[in-house]
Design a protein around this ligand. Structure first.
Ligand SMILES: [Zn+2]
Length: 656
């Protein structure tokens, strides 16, 4: 489906409703339902065919209609919403189905210890069925029934997942044996899960497309490193990421910068809750949701806000007043956000950890957080993706690529591509050396004493003091080659902290200069000795970010956008044809209690300066959506302007 047809202001209307609830749909009024959505500027609402309890909400011969529902709720929702021009994709739970798991215990997903996956016998919670059983035939029949009886706009299949590392039910053990896979091997179990899930997606997408080729299709659980094989089966991706629901505020910025590399339209999905899904009576503030939606728009994604419908079928007035206020803003900005492509300069390359094979770790997350706070424009890439056209490639802390990627990296550097590495990035698994030769140093091994310290020299001292900053985690020793410039010096403590020799509450203080540097540069590469990205994610020492920022400044002097906005403001650049757009998203949650982070009030930013790298002079610069002209200057290849006030966000448009 082309991007312009993907609705931008969606609701994901959860409706997992216990079979013990006696009056499902009793207060539902179709016209009122659709009008509430319309008034809240909603253009798509995902409604339920079947929930995690295994209950269906329409006239079904295949599924089990909720025992207290007296009419075709889904049909009424679709009909009333279509009258208002609101799309209604259909939700179907997949692996999480309590009804099916109870009546067909032989279909249950089984963990490696032989115990069925999910809630224990006396816990309230979900049970799981395996996608390698006849359960899938039942779900397909339900899909076909929906396609035949309703005007279907799309399908949202939830929990398309097998247990980790893999399911050990009788069916799965049997099929692994047939395929020559070893169920006692975790790698084989994971491969089997991948095959089952891909087969599932392929089958359902073919079933849907053979009947309705223009239907939206999404399989939830698909947005993760290694998702490439899943993308062809979907029309778009929805990044489920409720900041207060366990995902945190770092999840969405990371995954939108990764998943957008697959070239399919994207939706960011948050929730209107105070915590997470199913939080009846919990409600986020307008500034919180406005911030989250502004962040989605700034990254070229549409918006989805999760809600849960009360069992009686009436939408909460307060919820839709809240959402309406947010979606009015989204609607006004839509013309500057649709089909907007990000402009980026930096690639964060996720390479497999030499020991575990993991792609996404605290190192990659820390790198994303740093670059976000530095207001750099970046994407997050897997090795197979094209990194050659980025001005700078960052490989945070770890990773050894396959031979082909290593060759590509060598060519990239030889052709003048710039590289920022830290710690053990590109260090061969035998620990003998770096995989590329232009780093200006030889790898010696892990540092003998931990923690050690760094002192920035003048080239990388911006924002840092003449001080010995601690590196909390074990670093690496390298030996610079002649001609390599040292950017920061390292110092070592008297001794490492052990049971029989320690000093004070924490690390041992500095004793002497180390015989290795803390940061170096060659013509196109900078290297930092410690795991600065992982340590930033863990310890939050601003010194690490400033060291990295100063190294990037050397490698990439033409930063795409410069600003005086604080690091809490996210600044992104997108383009629509010849038009360029700078989004400033003002982020400031706080965490004082034990509960999740809360955004309550907007703390506006004043006089935010923007300096955008620009070859030509723009015809006009203005704030969207109000089209208020901004005075601007063009000089030395940059256009500059000042935004007087930024509340949740500001959108600055440069028309060329
Ligand atoms: Zn199984």
């Amino acid at each position: 489906m082309p991007t312009h047809r993907l609705p931008f202001r969606q609701i994901h209307l959860d409706f997992h409703t216990s079979p013990h609830i006696p009056d499902v749909g009793a207060s539902f009024d179709a016209d009122e339902f659709a009008a509430a959505l319309k008034n809240a500027h909603v253009d798509s609402v995902t409604c339920f065919a079947k929930c995690h309890h295994g209950m269906s909400y329409y006239d079904t011969k295949v599924g089990v209609r909720h025992p207290s529902l007296k009419f075709d709720l889904l049909g009424a929702q679709i009909e009333a919403c279509h009258v208002q021009g609101i799309a209604v994709p259909i939700y179907l739970t997949v692996a999480r189905d309590n009804y099916m798991a109870e009546i067909h215990p032989e279909w249950a997903q089984v963990n490696k210890d032989g115990v069925p996956r999910g809630a224990k016998p006396f816990d309230p919670g979900w049970l799981y069925v395996c996608l390698n059983t006849a359960y899938v035939d039942n779900l397909e029949a339900q899909t076909v029934e929906l396609l035949e009886n309703y005007e279907v706009d799309g399908f949202f299949y939830d929990i398309v997942a097998q247990p980790k590392p893999g399911c050990c039910c009788r069916a799965c053990l049997g099929s692994m044996k047939k395929l020559g896979l070893d169920p006692t091997n975790d790698g084989d179990l994971a491969e089997h899960s991948r095959m089952i899930i891909e087969t599932f997606m392929k089958r359902f997408t073919e079933t849907i497309r053979s009947r309705r080729p223009d239907t939206r299709i999404f399989y939830n659980g698909s947005v993760h490193p290694g998702m490439e094989c899943k993308v062809p089966h979907m029309t778009h991706v929805e990044i489920e990421s409720l900041p207060t629901g366990g995902w945190g505020y770092g999840h969405f910025p990371f995954f939108v910068r990764y998943s957008r590399k697959f070239g399919v339209p994207r939706i960011g999905m948050t929730g209107r809750f105070n915590t997470s899904w199913g939080d009846f009576g919990g409600l986020a503030s307008v500034p919180a949701l406005a911030f989250q939606c502004a962040q989605m728009l700034a990254n070229g994604a549409g918006c989805s806000i999760g809600d849960q419908l009360h069992p009686r079928g009436k939408l909460d007035k307060a919820v839709y007043e809240t959402i309406g206020e947010v979606y009015a803003k989204v609607e006004a900005l839509e013309p500057w956000c649709r089909d907007a492509a990000p402009e980026t300069q930096i690639a964060v390359l996720m390479l497999p950890d030499a020991q575990t094979g993991a792609l996404r770790t605290d190192s990659e997350e820390g790198a994303a957080r740093m670059l976000l706070e530095m207001q750099h424009q970046f994407d997050i890439l897997e090795p197979a993706m094209e990194f050659e056209n980025y001005e700078l490639v960052v490989i945070p802390d770890k990773g050894w690529p396959d031979e082909h990627t290593l060759e590509r990296l060598k060519h990239y550097v030889a052709d003048g591509g710039r590289l920022l590495l830290s710690h053990q990035a590109l260090v061969s698994p035998d620990g003998k050396g770096f995989g590329v030769h232009d780093i200006g140093a030889d790898y010696v091994g892990p540092a003998d004493l931990t923690p050690d310290y760094f002192t920035p020299l003048s080239q990388v001292s911006n924002g840092l003091l003449d001080y010995q900053y601690v590196m909390y985690e074990q670093s690496s020793r390298v030996k610079p080659r002649p001609g390599t410039e040292v950017l920061a010096e390292a110092s070592v403590p008297y001794f490492s902290r052990t049971w029989d020799r320690f000093c004070s509450h924490r690390q041992t203080p500095v004793d002497r200069r180390a015989d290795y540097p803390a940061a170096i540069r060659s013509s196109t590469t900078a290297y930092i000795w410690g795991p600065v990205f992982r340590a930033y994610q863990t310890y939050g020492s601003i010194a690490y970010r400033r060291l990295v920022e100063n190294c990037i400044e050397i490698l990439l002097p033409d930063k795409l956008v410069r600003t005086n906005a604080p690091p809490t403001a996210e600044v992104t650049v997108t383009k629509q044809g010849s038009r360029r757009i700078v989004h400033i998203v003002n982020y400031h949650p706080n965490r004082r209690g034990k509960h999740v982070e809360v955004i309550e009030e907007v703390i506006p930013l004043q006089d935010v300066q923007i300096s955008l790298h620009s070859k030509g002079r723009p015809k006009s610069v203005y704030l969207a959506p109000e089209r208020k002209a901004l005075p601007h200057k063009q000089s030395k290849g940059r256009v500059t302007c000042t935004v007087p006030v930024v509340k949740e966000n500001a959108v600055v448009v440069f028309e060329y």
